[in-house]
Design a protein around this ligand. Structure first.
Ligand code: AMP
Ligand code: FE
Ligand code: FE
Ligand code: ZN
Length: 281
């Protein structure tokens, strides 16, 4: 049984539609895939329909952007009720702030490169969560850079002169809201130092104390040492561990199923959740 619990569609910053992600998952021989777009569940309905057609099981999820004292953290939520008010309001607030923030990044960029907000909007699916990858895609379309990767390394990296952050909840609040929505909270790529500054273990301990259930340990952005540290911390806090691809379609080299999660862990997730069910063919 092959299970990948972290993917993105064009409901956020992936390049494939939700149905496209699900068919690619089936094609790559996965038995279970989770759709975890940034700060939105807008892709769930389309993914559910595709999963039924493709004969693959679907875990409906989300990746909640969080901020701890200026450090960006991602929290995966699985099987939560998408209409639960507390989480819904925080996500709306994040998405709105992402929009204003993206406009300000573009306004700064427009002083040095030929890029407009309209160029960026052409890259965003209606209703999708806007992020830096859409700005990157617009820069590729305008031939300012050759790829998303170069757009990030030359212009969009954390702390660049064009960078601006956006509102997002603190991680302990996010864990509480995911749980209140009946979901299961798992911290995404907790020690991926290559992505930027990571939080101290004490923050992860506080998240665990609020009921976070797992750590995403097997992820390409973790070095062997970082993964080992994840295993040790998970064992000491009694958390389960997951492995996933963080697939973004063409937007990143990450391949579906490049890391996978133990079926026993999926059973634990299902046992803890009381928002929505895993959809099985
Ligand atoms: P944002 O959510 O707007 O702050 O943008 C962060 C997103 O950018 C992450 O979710 C990644 O998908 C994407 N990202 C970060 N670095 C890179 C990179 N070097 N190449 C492609 N995508 C990236
Ligand atoms: Fe992303
Ligand atoms: Fe992430
Ligand atoms: Zn992700």
């Amino acid at each position: 049984m092959r299970i990948d619990l972290h993917t993105h569609s064009n409901a956020s910053d992936g390049t494939q539609s939700p149905a496209g992600v699900v068919s690619s998952a089936a094609e790559s021989g996965l038995d279970v895939v989770a759709l975890t777009d940034h700060d939105t569940t807008a892709g769930w309905a389309e993914a559910a329909e595709a999963a039924a057609q493709e004969g693959i099981a679907l875990v409906r999820g989300i990746e909640v952007s969080c901020n701890y004292e200026g450090i960006s953290i991602h929290l995966l939520g699985y099987l939560q009720d998408p209409a639960a008010p507390g989480l819904l309001e925080e996500l709306e607030r994040s998405r709105e702030s992402r929009e204003t923030r993206a406009q300000s990044i573009v306004e700064r960029l427009s002083r040095v490169v030929p890029l407009t907000w309209d160029d960026v909007l052409k890259q965003v699916e209606p209703g999708a969560t806007v992020g830096r990858p859409h700005i990157a895609d617009a820069m590729v379309a305008k031939k300012i850079v050759a790829s998303r990767k170069v757009a990030f390394s030359d212009y969009l990296f954390d702390g660049s002169p064009f960078y601006e952050s956006h509102y997002s909840p603190d991680p302990v609040t996010a864990v509480r809201l995911v749980r209140q929505a009946g979901g299961v909270a798992v911290m995404a790529h907790p020690f991926a130092s290559a992505r930027g500054i990571v939080v101290k273990d004490a923050v992860i301990e506080a998240m665990a104390a609020e009921g976070m259930a797992g750590l995403e340990v097997y992820h390409r952005d973790h070095s062997a040492d970082e993964a080992q540290h994840g295993l040790d911390l998970a064992a000491s806090l009694d958390l389960f561990v997951t492995g996933s691809s963080d697939y973004h379609g063409e937007g990143k080299p990450n391949l579906l199923g490049e890391n996978t999660t133990d079926p026993v862990v999926l059973q634990q997730i299902e046992a803890l959740a009381h928002g929505v069910k895993v959809l099985r063919p």
